[in-house]
Design a protein around this ligand. Structure first.
Ligand code: PA5
Length: 444
């Protein structure tokens, strides 16, 4: 379902460094599977594709049907891991220009504090029938909480008490403000299992409810993830895509001193998979002054903006190219009698082929320019292959973190900005910090 080709990265590595990394990767896999590493209380995602709660998935399917029947729009409120997974899968599978009007429009909110986004959304929903899926594991995150307050009030203005039947809350099974509110007001609820952190939660109700409502085959998504799980757990190092990927990243970091991994795609439908990947690796790996900085680009668009830097700028990065083996379209370039645009040499060639050759040519040019290259090729762009890809990345990320010795499942650094924001906004309990920050900002 997925192939990892590390040939164009290995040429930068001393052969003698490659053997020891296999041992490090095996050790990391053992740590993951035996659940003995740092943060192992958050390994609920590891066996999830084979152990997921089937009754909950049935409830998700039922809720999706209800939403499709009674709503024009589903507003999915969440941020970070409570947002990016569903968005990534949706953007990958949706047509660019739908031929038919969508039965249900999925709109994301709560992932930004932009007042104009919120205000324009509220105006847009004024004459629409809509439901809300509010997603927050902690139930206290500021961005989604603010969006939810506004959107809930609009829903109440429209439907009165019946509004609560249009609210679907996805949150921790037991604790948090959202769980308490849901109990109090009778929203239908779905679980973010306590042992699964936000960025590893795409295959739980966090991703599954919005995706099922959008008409995505969530069973196929889970099936793909299950295949990836079996491969990750059982395949030996040389055939194991996740171990190969984690190991070569490790060598790029530890042996070549690379600081940046750029995930590149030639298919804009995968751009949000790249966003999801950035959060997964950035938040998991970037701590204790360690970790590769995850960046992403869409080629060939970005070849005309950042291609120059990649070819000839500071040699701090390596590239990972994410591609799809099966063609997405078969449109062909036509011949023109006058050939004024001088494109007749491509007459009869499929645009897919032009894109593929752009990829191959760029890859070699960048390698020649000193940028090591990893290739990840999915077989096709469908639910099953995406499910495989998501699990593959999560497993690789767990391995990578254990290989460099960091806890993959916490995010202590994210709290710093929150504390400052709360203090500056005058939240109770932050008075002393507020004074300090105001003083600093004044001096600036
Ligand atoms: O991966 C994570 O844990 C985070 O990105 C969270 O998903 C994000 O901060 C949102 O948190 P919550 O779901 O508690 O609102």
């Amino acid at each position: 379902m997925l192939r990892v080709n590390i040939k164009e990265a290995l040429r930068f590595i001393d052969r003698s460094d490659y053997a020891p990394v296999q041992e490090t990767a095996e050790k990391a896999r053992k740590t993951l599977l035996s659940k003995t590493g740092a943060g192992s209380e958050y390994l609920g995602w590891l066996n999830w594709p084979v152990e997921y709660d089937q009754n909950e998935v049935l409830r998700i399917m039922e809720a999706a049907k209800t939403i499709q029947a009674d709503s024009d729009c589903l507003v999915v409120i969440g941020i970070g891991g409570s947002y990016l997974g569903a968005k990534a899968v949706l953007v990958s599978l949706e047509p660019y220009f739908p031929q038919e009007e969508k039965k249900l429009e999925i709109i994301f909110a709560g992932h930004t504090l932009s007042p104009s986004y919120l205000e324009e959304l509220l105006n847009y929903l004024e004459n629409k029938d809509f439901s809300i899926n509010v997603i927050s594991k902690s139930g206290t995150t500021t961005e989604p909480a603010i969006a939810f307050r506004f959107l809930k009030n609009l829903l109440i203005d429209k439907y009165g008490k019946a509004a609560y039947e249009r609210i679907y809350a996805t949150t921790d099974p037991k604790v948090g403000a959202l769980r308490t509110q849901a109990k109090e007001l009778g929203y239908q609820t779905f679980n973010v299992p306590s042992n699964i952190g936000g960025r590893y939660s795409v295959l739980t109700a966090v991703g599954l409810l919005p995706l099922a409502a959008a008409g995505i085959d969530i069973y196929a998504l889970l099936e793909g993830a299950k295949k990836a799980q079996i491969d990750a757990f059982t395949l030996p190092f040389t055939e194991n895509p996740a171990m190969q990927y984690a190991s070569i990243r490790y060598l790029m970091d530890q042996k070549l001193g690379k600081d940046i991994e750029v995930l590149v795609t030639y298919e804009p439908k995968l751009s949000y998979i790249c966003e999801w990947w950035k959060q997964l690796f950035g938040e998991s790996e970037g701590k204790d002054q360690k970790g590769l900085f995850p960046a992403s680009l869409v080629f060939s668009t970005d070849l005309h903006s950042l291609g120059q830097y990649i070819q000839e700028g500071k040699r701090t990065m390596f590239e990972t190219v994410l591609s799809i083996a099966e063609p997405l379209s078969d449109i062909e370039i036509t011949e023109e009698d006058d050939d004024l645009d001088q494109l007749n040499y491509l007459a009869g060639t499929k645009v897919e082929e032009v894109n593929r050759q752009a990829m191959r040519g760029t890859l070699l040019a960048h390698v020649d320019g000193g940028v090591p290259n990893i290739q990840i090729q999915m077989h096709a762009l469908d639910e099953e292959n995406i499910g495989y890809l998501l699990y593959f990345f999560m497993f690789s990320c767990g391995l990578s973190c254990y290989m460099t010795g960091v806890n993959p499942f916490n995010q202590p650094g994210v709290e710093s900005y929150k504390r400052n924001m709360f203090a500056l906004l005058g939240k109770k309990g932050f008075e002393e910090l507020k004074q300090k920050l105001e003083k600093r900002l004044k001096n600036d």
